[in-house]
Design a protein around this ligand. Structure first.
Ligand SMILES: Nc1ncnc2c1ncn2[C@@H]1O[C@H](COP(=O)(O)OP(=O)(O)OP(=O)(O)O)[C@@H](O)[C@H]1O
Length: 253
């Protein structure tokens, strides 16, 4: 359903991605892993239109995404979260999720100005849906608190709720467990499973290997901008090239 072929990206003279090809099956939880600086976030930035690749194709259900502006890629069904949480800290939780929903509301500016029945009905539906999304992450009771009052783990969950508000087919999570404690990680694993059960395909970048191996169906490994292995967790765990890439990066550090 989601496919990248022959993706390349140069920054100046540096070749950051070299002929990257990968597939993410519909309904799967897949991971993109690799040592620091391997190019993982650059892949996500290419998918979401933040970075324009030099070569290659990126298709969702056969539709080419390269060249489209980010908001259109969101409308086509791709949502993401970032390594550094991006939420509106001064806004309350419900408002944060409603922002994510904005691109799908079906009322016109005319409706909005006149505060028409159509506008009011859509707004009520959106609020109900936002509340439902907060409930998925057990945040519904704090819906009227500002986002900055949440713990770090909860802020991440709010970011997930907002990403889901755009009704994605494909949800990209960039290091979702960064900064989470063990209990929060376990909870997040269950929540990602729930997200998948709602029909959303999940593609995540993560350094926490235990989390990746336990949760994911399929893993692609990048090293120095190239795919060095792809397959099921058990195969990846024992892949000599992957072991070497990780041991190499540990030795360097
Ligand atoms: N806009 C840019 N201009 C120049 N170089 C960049 C740019 N964005 C990323 N890079 C370089 O590309 C390489 C890959 O970066 P990227 O963030 O994609 O790696 P990563 O695998 O996500 O790393 P990490 O796991 O540490 O987050 C790095 O060497 C980085 O410095």
């Amino acid at each position: 359903m989601f496919e990248i072929t022959h993706l390349s990206k140069h920054f100046g003279g540096l070749e950051i991605l070299k002929d990257v090809s990968l597939q993410v099956s519909k309904g799967s939880i897949s991971a993109l892993i690799g040592p620091n600086g391997a190019g993982k976030t650059t892949v996500f930035n290419c998918i979401t239109g933040l970075v324009k690749p030099n070569q290659g194709t990126i298709t969702l259900e056969g539709r080419e995404l390269i060249g489209l502006p980010s908001h259109q890629i969101t409308r086509l069904g791709v949502a993401r979260t970032f390594q550094n949480i991006r939420i509106f800290k001064e806004m309350n939780l419900l408002e944060n999720v409603l922002v994510g929903m904005h691109s799908h509301l079906g009322y016109s500016t005319h409706d909005w100005i006149l505060s028409s029945t159509s506008y009011q009905a859509q707004e009520q539906l959106a609020r109900d849906k936002a509340y439902e999304l907060l409930s998925l992450f057990q945040l519904q009771h704090q819906h009227d608190q500002t986002a900055q009052s949440l713990s770090y783990g909860e802020q991440r969950q709010l970011e997930f709720a907002r990403a889901l508000a755009t009704q994605p087919q494909l949800l990209l999570l960039d290091e979702p467990v960064a900064g989470m404690n063990a209990a929060e990680k376990t909870l997040l694993m269950k929540e990602i499973e729930l997200i998948r059960q709602q029909g959303v395909t999940v593609f995540l970048i993560e350094h926490d290997m235990r989390f990746v191996m336990e949760l994911c169906d399929h893993i692609t490994v990048l090293n120095f901008g190239q795919v060095i292995a792809q397959g099921e967790p058990e195969m990846i765990k024992n892949h000599p090239g992957v072991i070497e890439a990780y041991l190499g990066s540990v030795e360097e550090e």
